[in-house]
Design a protein around this ligand. Structure first.
Ligand SMILES: [Zn+2]
Length: 321
C-alpha cells in the first residue's frame, strides 16, 4: 500500500491535525444584537403577513457550534476563539454602553460578523435599560473586534432621520452593510447542511451577503426557492406560491435605493461625507416551515382556533352521512 492510500483513523492523527479539522468545522456566523422584528424585516410582504416569525433562526443561531458537543477536544477548540455573550456582556464599555441581552449568544470574533436588528420602532434588548445610541454600541463592538458591522434598512430612509449621534457612530467605522432584504430559507436540517450555505455543519443559520457578490446571492435565492417548491408540506391555501419573492434585484438598483434612503435620512451633503455603506441581503434558515400547513406555528394556531369554536348542540349534525 502506498502512503497516499493509507487510511488514518481520526483519533490516531497528530493532535495539531485534529485541531485543524475541528477549526475547519467551526461556523462563520452573524452575531445578532437585539431581536429581529418580522414587520421590519419584510417590508414587501405585508399583504399576507411575514413568512417567518424569525425567533427560531435567532435562537438556533445563538447556540454554541455543533462541535462544542462532540468531545472534549473539539469543545476546547471552539472555546479557543469563541465565547458566550450573556446579559452582562458589554459592561465596562466606554460611555456607559450597557444593555441587557435577551438571550445568551455564541460569539466568535475571529470568524463572525456583528449585526444590529434594532430599529427606531422596535427594540427588545435596549428597552428600559439603555439610554445610549444602539448604532454607537454597534460601532463600538465592531471597533473592538475589528468587524464590518451591519444594521437594518428600516433604521433609515422612508420615515426615519439619522440624528447627530447616529451620524457620528457611522463615521467611526470605514465600512458598513445595510440589510435591504431578508429571505427565509424554510427547509430541513439535512438539506441546509448539505447545501453548504449555512456552514459545514448547518449551524450558521443566518448569513448576510453584500449584493455585489451576485453569485453568492443567487445561490441562496435559488436554494430558498427550491426548498419552498419542494417542501413535502403543502403551502397554505390562503397565500400564493410566490408568497416570498425570489427575484434577484440588480446591484445597481439596490445601491441606488440605499443612496436615496441615506440622502432622505441625513441630507445629500452629510451622506456624501459618510464612509462606505453597502447594501446587503440577509438569509435565514428556519426549519419550522412557518408558512406551510405542517408548520408548528400553524398547528398551534389551528388548535387555538378550534378551541374557540362554539360547542355543538345536542343531536346537531347527527344522522348525516
Ligand atoms: Zn420560519
Amino acid at each position: 500500500m502506498s502512503v497516499s492510500d493509507e487510511f488514518h483513523f481520526f483519533p490516531c492523527l497528530p493532535p495539531e491535525l485534529r485541531r485543524m479539522v475541528w477549526r475547519f468545522c467551526l461556523p462563520s456566523r452573524v452575531c445578532e444584537i437585539d431581536a429581529p422584528y418580522d414587520q421590519c424585516a419584510f417590508e414587501e410582504n405585508h399583504v399576507y403577513g411575514p413568512p417567518c416569525e424569525l425567533q427560531t433562526s435567532t435562537l438556533q443561531n445563538s447556540r454554541p457550534p455543533v462541535i462544542t458537543r462532540v468531545c472534549h477536544e473539539s469543545r476546547a477548540v471552539a472555546f479557543e476563539t469563541g465565547c458566550q455573550l450573556n446579559a452582562s456582556y458589554g459592561h465596562g464599555a466606554p460611555d456607559g454602553f450597557e444593555y441587557r441581552r435577551a438571550i445568551t449568544t455564541w460569539f466568535d470574533p475571529s470568524r463572525d460578523v456583528i449585526h444590529l436588528n434594532w430599529t427606531p420602532i422596535y427594540e427588545v434588548e435596549f428597552f428600559g435599560c439603555y439610554t445610549g445610541e444602539p448604532l454607537a454600541l454597534l460601532a463600538w463592538y465592531a471597533a473592538r473586534f475589528d468587524l464590518r458591522p451591519s444594521f437594518m434598512c428600516a433604521s433609515i430612509g422612508k420615515f426615519e432621520h439619522l440624528n447627530p449621534d447616529q451620524i457620528s457612530a457611522l463615521k467611526q467605522r470605514p465600512n458598513w452593510l445595510v440589510v435591504m432584504r431578508t429571505i427565509i430559507v424554510h427547509c430541513d436540517y439535512k438539506s441546509a447542511r448539505e447545501s453548504g450555505l449555512f456552514g459545514l455543519l448547518g449551524d450558521a443559520r443566518i448569513q448576510i451577503v453584500d449584493v455585489a457578490d451576485q453569485a453568492r446571492v443567487r445561490a441562496y435565492i435559488d436554494f430558498a426557492e427550491k426548498m419552498e417548491l419542494e417542501s413535502t408540506d403543502a403551502p397554505r391555501r390562503d397565500i400564493p406560491r410566490d408568497y416570498q419573492s425570489f427575484s434577484q434585484q440588480s446591484t445597481s438598483l439596490m445601491e441606488r435605493d440605499l443612496r436615496e434612503r441615506m440622502i432622505n435620512s441625513c441630507g445629500k451633503k452629510v451622506a456624501e461625507e459618510l464612509p462606505a455603506i453597502r447594501p446587503a441581503m440577509m438569509f435565514r434558515y428556519c426549519p419550522m416551515m412557518c408558512n406551510h400547513t405542517g408548520s408548528q406555528r400553524l398547528k398551534v394556531r389551528e388548535m387555538e382556533r378550534k378551541s374557540r369554536l362554539p360547542v355543538r348542540g345536542r343531536g346537531r349534525g347527527r344522522g348525516v352521512q
